[in-house]
Design a protein around this ligand. Sequence first.
Ligand SMILES: [Cu+2]
Length: 491
Amino acid sequence: MMKHSIGLYIILLFKIAPLIAQKPNTSDKKQPEVKKLVQPVFGMMPKYPWNDPKIKISSPPPLTGKKMGSVWTPGIKPLGYELDGKVKVFRLIAQPVEQIISNDQPAEWEALVPAKNKEHINPMKPFKQTLKCWGYNGSTPGPTLEATEGDTVRIIVKNELPEPTSVHWHGFLIPNKEDGATPETAPPILPGQTFTYEFTLKQSGTLMYHSGFNPMKQDDYGMMGLFIIHPKGGYAKKIDKDVGIFLQQFAIRPGNVFPDLTTMDFNWFLFNGHAAPLIPMITVNEGDRVRLRFANTIMDSHPIHLHGFIWEQVGTEGGPIKESARIKGSTINVPPGTTRDVEFVADNPGLWRLHCHKLHHIVNAHADVPMGVMNQGGMFTEFYVVPKNKLKSTTVKKMDSTTPNKSARILRQAQDERSRDTFSARPDLSINSRLKAPSKAAHPEPVEGVEGYEKTEKINLKGKFKPKTNSKNLPLLPSAPQRTNQPGRIT
Ligand SMILES: [Cu+2]
């Protein structure tokens, strides 16, 4: 009985009381007990200013969108570098970011699902969610930086946040003074200031950068990105499709756009700053050697699973794993503070699920879950292997979508355009995708010996790649199962 009372008390406190407390025109007199219970809880929640109105939020640096490496980070713009002699110079701006993380449109891959398979299924509708967070160069995660073992890199970091920051180079074998752990190794970068890191890369692997100052808050607020260091001698086996995925999670309460940084009760789970249905589909060609790189900096581990394949774990943030020590699997757990690289040959055509296997992480905003047929949300996308015999006639235009932030005006404009998008005319998936490509600045040639993902992936659907199209127009997948008494078929 006692247990029941406590349970009811908790339900009242967390589910009902906040609603009553937020109800307009509710006077203290009418709800004295509830107010007493709720106020201390909300009273403890500190206010975090998202921006400083006195600090102008810059547009992304000129080489934003310039593809110079080989790794595709779906949903995030690439970042090129300038050369100062032999030094590769990258520019990062730590700044407030406004980003659409989910929308109410069908997922990209849904156009490939035969209509017959969807008969009798009436899932809940997805909904649009905007996140106001912090990141680099207009997005969370920030851009993926790419260089080669042996390179000297210079990263110029400008701080446009309303508080000090620094950048920690996670897993890097660099001098102590470049570590970005503030205050131990360097002073903070104050709002408005610029700080330059410079070091030589003595290793290879999938590494990360994230805030090194006030990290519990700043990392939780979205400040992170990938830093890929390619091995000096190239890869033992040529990688055809190299994909980077940053795993992220936020606690966003219903009706809010700011993450709640005071809780571990996360309810939004993202690949590269987007939740399903907005995560781009990962499209490869049958026979491609694929490397997937997963990165995680905060709080929870994510066991990422791919249908249809057995992969080998080929690397961590510590670098490549020698062949005799590689572990096989179809799920890879990515604990906080680590990266995990897996590699396999995409020899099994079709549409395959790629998702976190913590099932609370494949829905959005747990709040509206009446346990009906839930639409796919969270860390969920499809890995599409285009069959060899379809490669010539049908292919899918790759979505090297972008994210960045900027003003509310641009956000609204992008939203308006987005609502008119069809899949066939959909180069980008998120806000600010229409920011003008900067880049009159001089730039060096792409990293030698590393083939760009974009170049290798031009698939043309000839305008047939539209949502909710009858499956007859989409010859990409085998047709829906016939309702016969064949084994494994619905009868
Ligand atoms: Cu997860």
